[in-house]
Design a protein around this ligand. Sequence first.
Ligand code: ASP
Ligand code: MG
Length: 424
Amino acid sequence: MARVVKKFGGSSVADAESIKRVARRIAAAKREGHEVVIVISAMGDTTDELLDLAHQVSPQPAPRELDMLLTTGERQSAALLAMALSDLGHVAKSYTGSQAGVITTEQHGNARILKITPGRIQAALEEGSIVIVAGFQGVSNDTKEITTLGRGASDTTAVALAAAMGADYCEIYSDVDGVFTADPRIVPGAQRIPEISYEEMLEMAANGAKILHLRCVEYARRENVPVHVRSSFSDKPGTWVKDLNDINEGNPMEQAIISGIAHDRGEAKITVVGVPDRVGEAARIFDAVARADINIDMIVQNVSNVDSNRTDVTFTLPMSDGKKAIEALRAQQDTIGFQDLLYDDSIGKVSIVGVGMRSHPGVTAKFFNALADAEINIQMISTSEIRISVVVEADKVDDAVRAAHTAFGLDAEGEAVVYAGTGR
Ligand code: ASP
Ligand code: MG
């Protein structure tokens, strides 16, 4: 007997029929003798619809009320699922995040889980019930208010619960078959990755792969919870995200050099032109950006021009923060002493990710040659121990992903995977 946490995304419970289908699937796991905890997302596009409704009523809804509203989406699907399971002859009980003991920080809309006190659901589980927890929400001990954990965060609820309850593993069900070597909508020959390490999955998620919530992967790594990402529409195995040492017995020579290619079209690039080359300038620039509460990604500083003794600093940031960053820097132009600002949001980032690059030379050269052969110009480069990212023109993102996928031998032979899901 295993103790398993299973999370079903919005697309798996989009309507009454899907809820019944998911209930049958859960019932089958229960019949096999497993202890089953379910985490559920809101039905279909409910969260978006509720957000939309809120903004029709009020241009700037109070964050507290927004959380009161959005948490009803998950509560709805949890209760409906309990009803469906009950009709199949099971004892099933739904719980809000707060009832399930999900304790969070007080920040509305983007709270973090501090701890889980699972006493109540633990007891229900031991009585033989199927426990259903509304994902994406919790309660702050300090303010006693209901919070939400950020968009897509039911994944994080599931992994946190799995850790708190000592589950054997956590299964994340969506409408895709797992994690792919690249987005199959761009690369028809992309393949499902059977196993991937936490580190690689973190890099993939942080660099644009949308299949798992970043914080969920961070949580899984910290607590060492194996995560199985799979489709709720089939019985096929999906992708296991787990400790590197549990993959191929940790043998680096067995590992693919590159596990996957991620891309991100959500960033913009700002160049601070003509920055005086003197101590403290970079600090002043990024202080201004940080005070505006903006996270930056890549940074490049040029060698300064000998005659003018000035240099350019370019960085990338989320596109949605572009305007705010420009305003923050403009306001400091005289203090910082730069000459101009350039803004460009028609860029994209393409990243190759793989633990194998630690032990194989020549990966960078191969990647850059593939881009050169496809006549793609590289604007910026950044690396980690297991990732190489480039910024290219937005129009070239698809070509860059395809070129890298082929260069590293990831293209499937024969029939490509049929893919239509959203990954939710
Ligand atoms: N329903 C929430 C959202 O759409 C949480 C989730 O789906 O994980 O963001
Ligand atoms: Mg969702």
